[in-house]
Design a protein around this ligand. Structure first.
Ligand code: AHM
Ligand code: MG
Length: 335
């Protein structure tokens, strides 16, 4: 039974036994992400003070050069994971190649790899709209004691041991799953502690919100065009409401709480859509399924796609079960 008013630290300790391989490594890893989240949160909150503190590229009073927030977030997360020597490899949306972690003491002894999108939706920063961090954790497939290889990162999403996101919104929240449901923790900024505020989060089976960048309508596949028209039709509980923040984490978070579907389809401009399978779609798909929702590329389950490259893109349909099923029905008509 999950109880409210618990801190994330307490929750991690209490639930350690639930972890598939409970050596404490995964707990330490989630703890490192928790710490990096607080650091990045602090930076994101200062974004509006850019004229006062200096914009990216400027040099501040300490003589340090100011960085773009997405670059900074990337560094903070990598640093937090590297310093604690708890992962054997990291791949980031911000880095072209994966990073292999080794040290004198450790010699590739850790068993987890982490994939992150350090600051997703970063074009929203300049206009004070919510952004997020997305993370995904796998057990390595190559032997312990050897350097990680690409194979450790190119695993299908079903292999994820844990996944989650941090949303820097009106409140900052950390939402994650280790394959036993989804729990959300809200940061109390006064004392820098995350509290369990949203135990056992679930998607309503269906909803009334559709989230898609309709400006690209003309470029969408016919199945998506038809589904959009279906959402707008006056019948039963329709027309639905259109809500698109343009920040995947925020759109997903709202839809999980209220019921809805998020779609980033392929288009005549992007043959595989925009979102990255490994850094964005797989972690969100695991969260969606763990919360009773569904994630698809329009035809099949996201989590079963065998990745072929680190920065691979994929069309993404994600949200309330019934809504994603309905969208798939429209896609199937033109398959
Ligand atoms: P990013 O990784 O460059 O930030 O892009 C991902 C973001 C998602 O958060 C968001 O849903 C989508 O891009 C918005 O794209 P668009 O502006 O094309 O609708
Ligand atoms: Mg991104």
């Amino acid at each position: 039974m999950t109880k409210k008013n618990k801190t994330l630290g307490e929750f991690i300790i209490e639930n350690q036994a639930e972890f598939q391989y409970s050596s404490g490594e995964l707990s330490k890893l989630i703890n490192a992400i928790r710490l990096a989240a607080k650091v990045v949160n602090h930076e994101v909150n200062k974004a509006g003070l850019i004229d006062i503190l200096g914009a990216a590229g400027d040099t501040n009073v300490q003589g340090e050069s100011q960085q773009k927030l997405d670059v900074l977030a990337n560094e903070k997360f990598i640093q937090a994971l590297k310093n604690r020597e708890i992962v054997c490899g990291i791949a980031s949306e911000e880095e072209e190649d994966f990073i292999s972690i080794n040290s004198q003491d450790h010699r590739h002894q850790n068993k987890y790899v982490v994939l992150i999108d350090p600051l997703d939706g970063s074009s929203n920063i300049d206009v004070n709209v919510s952004v997020g961090t997305i993370f995904s954790i796998y057990r390595r497939v190559t032997p312990i004691g050897t350097p990680v290889t690409l194979e450790d990162f190119l695993q299908p999403g079903v292999n994820q041991v844990a996944a989650g996101y941090i949303i820097y919104g009106t409140s900052t929240m950390l939402v994650y799953t280790t394959g036993h449901g989804v729990n959300g923790f809200t940061l109390n900024p006064a004392i820098g502690t995350f509290y369990l505020s949203h135990p056992n989060m679930t998607f309503p089976q269906t909803g009334k919100i559709y989230s898609i960048n309709e400006g690209n309508y003309i470029h969408f596949p016919q199945g998506v065009k038809d589904y959009i028209k279906y959402c707008q039709m006056e019948e039963g509980d329709r027309p639905y409401t259109s809500r698109y923040i343009g920040s995947l984490v925020s759109d997903f978070h709202r839809n999980m709480i209220k019921g809805g579907i998020y779609i980033y389809p392929k288009s005549s401009l992007n043959s595989d859509g925009k979102l990255r399978l490994l850094y964005e779609c797989n972690p969100m798909a695991l969260l969606a399924e763990q919360a009773g929702g569904k994630a698809s590329d329009g035809y099949g389950r996201i989590l079963e796609i065998e990745p072929t490259e680190l920065h691979q893109r994929v069309p993404f349909f994600c949200g309330s079960l019934k809504m994603v099923e309905k969208a798939e029905e429209f896609m199937a008509r033109y398959a």
